[in-house]
Design a protein around this ligand. Structure first.
Ligand SMILES: Cc1ncc(C[n+]2csc(CCOP(=O)(O)OP(=O)(O)O)c2C)c(N)n1
Length: 632
């Protein structure tokens, strides 16, 4: 709509974001109206996150940017890729998906999802994939002789991951145009790390760069010779430019560069995006935003507590459900143990790839600052680094989420395992993870690791066994993976004494009667099962999923029915391998296996997910009782 026509209608003073069907209405709005829409959008995001939790800060930071993108581009045709995808809430709202049941079972996903909307052209959850995919889309578009823009939004931390840098390296030399929006809020989950991140910080704060560039242009345009020089002789211009202004990394790589742009100003954003759209080659639009913008507690946050939030009260900013009394997260249990171990054993070095806060490692980083490394979103590097440490007489401890460790599988096999290097890997959020859904499930590492020579894999059922496994691992000479779930344990148990155990040991927790039924399981669910488990049943705590305890396994030889239940890994991992081991032994009884299906499991609460697969306490107990009846 032209400015004149817009003037003829009454200005829009309020928006109901629940009623938005698609972003086409944005074309008619002026900047004042866009500001009002941004305000309503923020309110809706805060409201939804306060009820369901979610990635609050990242989303509040990109409200104007996302609205401006939808105003300048038509993403029913153009392609929009959000890197990680955790910052796509405004995009969802503008494309007819209010966040009324965000991240709930059968509700709106917290990430882009192609089957949710024709406006979602991409899916992610892990970081740093968007630039590679955008490059592929641009190549396909040009091969197909199609005409649309490919726009990738990537954060200043995610762009520093290896895959992003590989994509930039490739894209910079191609003719296929991609518009890269660098959303620079100078934050990862916590403060971003590394020397390149320091460079972005300088660029972000440096309007002098733009000034220098503009002055150069003005100087050249003053004379005919200068104009000719600027327009015609690209190489000479670059030669001059390199001497007159400091080219940034993106220009060096072959991209056009626009920015830094004020990311909360519709005027500046639209101007920059129009310019980017008109560019003939790939372009980086460097947008400066404030993470958490528009909600005081998240604006002030420098520790990352508002990056991903649990439900909270909007007024006070306090969690709406206080942490369960006397409970501690498994992450904190292992952080506590790590603190003690690092205090006692000086050859230990802790490495984490950008999940310091989630795994509760802040105190350890403060206390042992010469022996702790947050390497940023660099999971491959974390394992490569650990390899070097282990080769030079240090004991690396890597703290990582199961899902992100998928990035490091080659380093696990090729480096740590093949060279058989002493190392301890704390695998956080192993098993089902709940509301983050498909992209974040920690279910695939177990079966993978069981397949890798030299490695040991363990999961404790209680904090005292966690301590025993950890201490035993300090003595072993190979990589040990200690997995633990996204769950809480009773705090009273945390300071329990450690038991003396050996690598690969299984514990017979309960001797059943008449060799009727045995249940082999492991992890915290075993502890929850114990009080209600019928006394006739033998209960085996398979502390180590690799190696197996052959003696305990042989002791089950005459059992009529063996149930192998794994609530933290896929059915083709531990359950199948134990079943095969029993068959190899010549076991003649019945074997029933239960594990998480090898599928991509959508968002829901962890308890809903466990019960869907018959892996919660009630379902396991029902199965045990059924088997007891069958064999009697
Ligand atoms: C491979 C991988 N490692 C770690 C994470 C966890 N993670 C989610 S968002 C995030 C920070 C992203 O920072 P940035 O790219 O700057 O985006 P912002 O949230 O600041 O907008 C991290 C580390 C992830 N999603 N994927």
């Amino acid at each position: 709509m032209s400015k004149k026509k817009r003037k003829e209608r009454e200005p829009i003073t309020s928006f109901d974001v629940n009623k938005i069907i698609n972003p086409k209405f944005l074309a008619d709005l002026d900047n004042n109206e866009l500001d009002k829409l941004a305000k309503e959008t923020r309110k809706h995001i805060i409201q939804a996150c306060s009820l369901y939790g979610g990635h609050l800060s990242s989303n509040l930071g990109v409200v104007e940017l996302t609205i401006a993108l939808h105003k300048i581009f038509d993403f029913s045709q153009d392609k929009l890729l959000f890197d990680v995808g955790h910052q796509c809430y405004t995009h969802k709202i503008l494309t007819g998906r209010p966040l009324t049941n965000l991240r709930q079972k059968d509700g709106v996903s917290g990430f882009q999802k192609r089957d949710e909307s024709p406006y979602d052209h991409f899916e992610a959850g892990h970081s740093s994939t968007a630039l590679s995919a955008a490059t592929g889309m641009a190549i396909a578009r040009d091969l197909n002789k199609e005409d649309y823009s490919v726009v990738a939004v990537v954060g200043d931390a995610s762009i520093l991951n290896g895959e992003s840098l590989e994509a930039l390296n490739h894209l910079g030399q191609l003719q296929n145009k991609v518009i890269v929006i660098l959303n620079n809020n100078d934050m990862s989950i916590t403060k971003p790390v590394g020397s390149m991140s320091r460079m972005f910080r300088k660029m972000r704060l440096s309007p002098s760069y733009i000034k220098a560039k503009d002055s150069y242009k003005r100087l050249m345009f003053k004379t005919r010779f200068g104009y000719w020089l600027y327009r015609v002789t690209w190489n000479i211009k670059n030669w001059f430019a390199r001497r007159l202004i400091r080219n940034n990394m993106f220009e060096q790589l072959g991209f056009a560069y626009i920015g830094p742009v004020e990311g909360h100003s519709f005027k500046d954003l639209q101007k920059a995006l129009k310019k980017a759209k008109a560019q003939k080659r790939s372009v980086v639009v460097h947008v400066r935003t404030q993470k958490g913008q528009g909600y005081k507690p998240s604006e002030k946050d420098k520790t990352g507590n508002w990056h991903g939030v649990a439900p909270f009260e909007i007024e006070s900013g306090l969690p709406s459900k206080p942490k369960p009394q006397n409970m501690r997260s498994w992450s904190k249990v292992y952080a506590h143990l790590t603190y003690q171990i690092m205090e006692e054993f000086e050859h230990t070095v802790l490495v984490t790839p950008a999940t310091l806060l989630g795994s509760g490692l802040e105190d350890i980083f403060k206390k042992f600052y010469t022996r702790t490394y947050d390497v940023g979103i660099a999971e491959m590097h974390a394992f490569g680094l650990a390899t070097g440490l282990a080769l030079n007489n240090k004991l690396p401890i890597i703290s990582i989420y199961s899902t992100f460790m998928q990035r490091s599988f080659d380093q696990i096999i090729h480096d740590l395992a093949r060279m058989n290097l002493p190392s301890i890997i704390l695998v956080d959020r192993a098993g089902l993870v709940g509301a983050d859904g498909e992209t974040h499930q920690g279910i695939f590492d177990e079966a993978f690791l069981l397949n890798v020579p030299n490695v040991t894999v363990a999961m404790a059922s209680t904090p005292e066994l966690a301590k025993s496994i950890y201490l035993t691992s300090l003595k072993t000479k190979e990589p040990v993976f200690i997995r633990f779930p996204r769950d809480y344990v009773n705090l009273n148990e945390v300071n329990g004494k450690e038991l003396s155990i050996f690598k690969g040991e299984w514990l017979i927790e309960q001797e059943g009667r008449n060799n009727d039924v045995a249940l082999i399981t492991f992890g915290p669910i075993l502890e929850q099962l114990k009080p209600s488990l019928p006394k006739e049943v033998t209960l085996i705590n398979a502390l180590y999923q690799k190696p197996f305890d052959k003696n305990v396994l042989s002791s089950l030889f005459n059992t009529k029915s063996v149930i192998i239940s794994d609530s933290y890994g896929t059915e083709i991992g531990f359950p199948l391998l134990v079943k095969n081991a029993l068959i190899d032994m010549g076991f003649k009884g019945e074997i029933i296996t239960r594990g998480i299906p090898t599928s991509f499991i959508e968002q829901a609460s962890i308890s809903e997910q466990l019960s869907d697969f018959g892996l919660d306490c009630d379902s396991i107990l029902a199965l045990v009782k059924e088997q007891l009846n069958n064999v009697k």
